[in-house]
Structures are given as C-alpha cells and as structure tokens.
Ligand binder design. Structure first.
Ligand code: 6PG
Length: 238
C-alpha cells in the first residue's frame, strides 16, 4: 500500500489540487480502458472542490459518476449529497443523466441500497459475488474518523463481500446508504480530501495509530491512497 500526504496552506488549495488529480486520473483511466468511473463523497468539504471542477474545461464523456454514500433524505433536501453535488457541479458540467448514478433516496433505505447495487452491477458488468473496481474514489473523513457512512463500531465495517448497504447512524438519527469496505479497498486510486482544525486529531490517528478500522474507519484503505489536507488538518502530523 502506498500513502501520499499532500499538504496545502488552505482548504481551497487542497480542494483544487484534489479536483485536478481527479481529472488527471479520469483522463488516464479513460485513455487506458475507454471509459472511467468516479465515486465522490458528500458532506461539506468537497463543495469548493466541485465548484472549482465546474469552472474547468473537462471532457466528461464516458465517465460514470457515483457517490460513496448518501443520506436517506429527499434529493432536494439540504442534507442530500446529491443536491450538494448538483448545485456545485452537475448543474454546470456537461454530464448526461445516464452518467449520473445517484442513490434513489425516494425508496426506503434497504430498497435504495438494492437499487444502487443493481445500478453499480449493471455499469460494471459484474458477475454474482463480484465487486466493482472504481477508477477513482474520493473520500472524506469526519472528526470521529468515519468515512463514507461507515462510523466507528459499525458492524458493516467487517463486511468484505458486499457492494453497498443501508445503515442506521444513531448519532445522526438518520438512515444512509454507503459503499462497503470491500469496494473501498479495491479502488484503483483513493483521494481523501480532509481540511479544517476539527480533523487534526482524527487524521493523526488514521495515519499513525495502530491499525483498527472498526474504531478508525478512515483507515480502510486501497492500494494507492492520496491525502489532500490543509495546514489545519495536518497540524498534528509532525
Ligand atoms: C457524508 C460523507 C461523509 C463525509 C464526512 C466529512 O455523507 O457525510 O460522505 O463521509 O465525507 O462526514 O464530512 P464534512 O466534509 O462535512 O466534514
């Protein structure tokens, strides 16, 4: 496993560098395989990255876009990752609806997870039991060290065979749909965008504490991990 930590002075610089790397990797994947797949995170951190990406000239042809997780709220809800991405990127970028694979949160959580698994299986031409290999997977990290919607002590963290699942997040009193560890681990490239002082303790633990993904879910890693962090988030790394 290779881990690269890229530090930037500000959240905007980290976000733009992460966005540029996403574009570079998607271009390389498409050149190699004719098409490319991207899964993005939600929350608040990636919004400025998406806004920067929306201003760039990029050929989105043959790119399929997915989410690492989604909150089970209506697609126009303020907490919707899809809505955040639509407002900051999709409303300004030439992706066709067929390229955008959102979690259908209008369904009940378990059915939304099943529909998401079906959509992923169709796009990746998966055989039964096979897991998708995303070209680029962009993740975030919560102050509690969660990633996607895999929160500390979540039993699904032990699931290495599933693609996605509905999960109840007690601390948020919310259902979510999340990609599962086996998929996170198989991504060709993982880019983690983590900024802000409230992430400093968590980032130190993810990178330097003994391996314990059940309690430090952001330690779930693929072969190639790149961390795009600002000075505030990197404050405890020295
Ligand atoms: C979500 C995310 C989640 C996110 C972290 C960090 O739906 O919330 O996908 O995993 O990356 O919660 O969120 P912030 O960027 O808001 O700190």
């Amino acid at each position: 496993m290779s881990v690269h930590i890229k530090r930037f002075a500000t959240p905007a610089e980290a976000a733009e560098a992460c966005g540029a790397e996403i574009f570079r990797l998607l271009n390389a994947a498409r050149a190699a395989r004719g098409s490319a797949t991207l899964a993005i995170s939600g929350g608040s951190t990636p919004r400025i990255m998406f806004e920067w990406m929306a201003k760039q000239t990029f050929d989105w042809n043959a790119i399929d876009l997915f989410w690492v997780d989604e909150r089970c709220v209506p697609a126009d809800d303020a907490q919707s990752n899809y809505r955040m991405t639509r407002e900051s990127l999709l409303d300004h970028a030439p992706l066709a609806p067929i390229q955008i694979h959102r979690v259908k949160t209008e369904l009940i959580p378990d059915e939304a997870a099943e529909a998401y698994i079906d959509d992923i299986s169709r796009v990746f031409h998966l055989k039964p039991g096979e897991l998708p290999v995303f070209d680029v997977l962009q993740r975030g990290m919560g102050p509690d060290r969660h990633t996607a919607s895999l929160f500390p002590s979540e039993p699904l963290i032990e699931n290495r065979t599933g693609i996605a699942a509905a999960v109840w997040v007690e601390k948020m009193k919310q259902h979510r749909v999340t990609l599962l560890p086996g998929v996170l681990e198989r991504a060709r490239r993982t880019l983690c965008l983590v900024t802000g002082p409230d992430k400093a303790d968590g980032l130190r633990d993810v990178l330097f504490a003994p391996r314990d993904p059940l309690h430090i879910p952001s330690q779930i890693s693929s072969a190639e991990m790149e961390w795009f962090v600002d000075a505030a988030a990197a404050a405890h790394l020295n």
